[in-house]
Design a protein around this ligand. Structure first.
Ligand SMILES: Nc1ncnc2c1ncn2[C@@H]1O[C@H](COP(=O)(O)OP(=O)(O)OP(=O)(O)O)[C@@H](O)[C@H]1O
Length: 297
């Protein structure tokens, strides 16, 4: 669906935001996972034709047997693409239906009848029909993001890019939003960029981990989890023991449970010290990759 090869971008301040990114992004939901500053937004903005890359290529299938050069043929990409940026702003004094109408006109839906049908259909799809006449300034974070999805779906895109859409949403809104994305991904390719591991675990059949502009891993989460099988160990310790354990073990994560740190450590053989083996999850995969990358740097 989308093939990215050796994409690079260095900003004027010398930051290598993309350092030779290559990815194959299929239909369905693709999770792009990485910490703040990994380069996710730089990649999303490049694919959305909002900024130039320094080198590399990105090719999008056009659905008719041909391909589109994403870096050069911007108009063609824009006809196939919906984008929800990280900092999606709305006019607070305008109602949802008015603003969506306005975006629809900008997208080229000039005929009134069909436009009304599309706008109303999208508002119903993202569950904002009841509140369509309310001013956007009164919307919660989750409602705003669902409105953001409605505008991204205008013009029937084949690829939808959403950049960190769940940051700041409460658990219920986050769930609702992710369910909406899952529904959409049955029909269009969705790239979901996020620093929240569960967003990917819950939803994405394929994924990549990005850090400091480099792809650390890409493929199916289940395979990456399988590869860690029998190598993740867990133990609850006292806070005062933390530094000692960190010095002696490869600690992947520590989480406070009832005030006591629970460690996940990586070890190919039993690490002793009272650790018990656990089934690895995607968070273990993620922290292991980031750790290895930090060590190599
Ligand atoms: N316009 C810019 N000029 C200079 N440096 C930039 C610019 N945009 C991003 N950067 C830097 O490039 C790196 C990658 O940033 P980017 O926003 O792509 O990462 P990200 O993974 O989306 O992180 P975040 O979630 O924090 O936005 C960071 O070090 C950032 O400070």
């Amino acid at each position: 669906m989308l093939t990215i090869r050796d994409l690079s971008k260095t900003y004027a301040n010398g930051v290598h935001a993309l350092a030779g990114v290559s990815l194959d992004i299929p239909q369905g939901m693709f999770g792009l996972l990485g910490p703040n500053g990994a380069g996710k937004s730089s990649l999303m903005r490049t694919l959305a034709t909002l900024q130039d890359a320094d080198g590399g290529s990105a090719t999008l299938e056009d659905g008719k047997g041909g391909t589109i050069d994403v870096l050069r043929d911007r108009d063609a990409v824009r006809r196939q693409l919906g984008y929800l940026p990280q900092d999606f702003g709305v006019y607070p004094k305008v109602s949802a239906i008015e603003l969506l109408e306005h975006f629809a006109i900008l997208k080229g839906l000039t005929a009134k009848g069909p436009r009304k049908e599309v706008v109303e259909g999208l508002l119903a799809q993202v569950n904002l029909w009841e509140v369509r006449k309310r001013k956007l300034g009164t919307f919660s974070g989750g409602m705003r993001q669902r409105f953001g999805i409605a505008q991204a779906l205008l013009g029937d895109p084949r690829l939808v890019i959403v950049d960190e859409p769940t940051a700041g949403l409460d658990p219920e809104e986050r769930n609702r939003f992710l369910n909406l994305l899952a529904e959409i991904s049955e029909r269009v390719a969705v790239i979901l960029s996020t620093h929240i591991v569960e967003d990917v675990t819950d939803l994405c059949p394929t994924m990549a981990i990005l850090n400091r502009g480099q792809v650390l891993l890409s493929g199916r989460p289940v395979d990456a989890i399988d590869a860690l099988s029998r190598q993740v160990w867990r133990k609850q310790i006292a806070k005062s023991e933390l530094a000692d354990y960190e010095a002696r073990h490869t600690v992947l994560s520590k989480r406070l449970v009832a005030g006591h740190p629970v460690l996940h450590v990586f070890a190919s053989d039993a690490p002793g010290d009272g650790f018990e083996q656990v089934e690895p999850d995607l968070e273990d995969v993620y922290f292991r990759q980031l750790r290895q990358h930090a060590k190599a740097a």
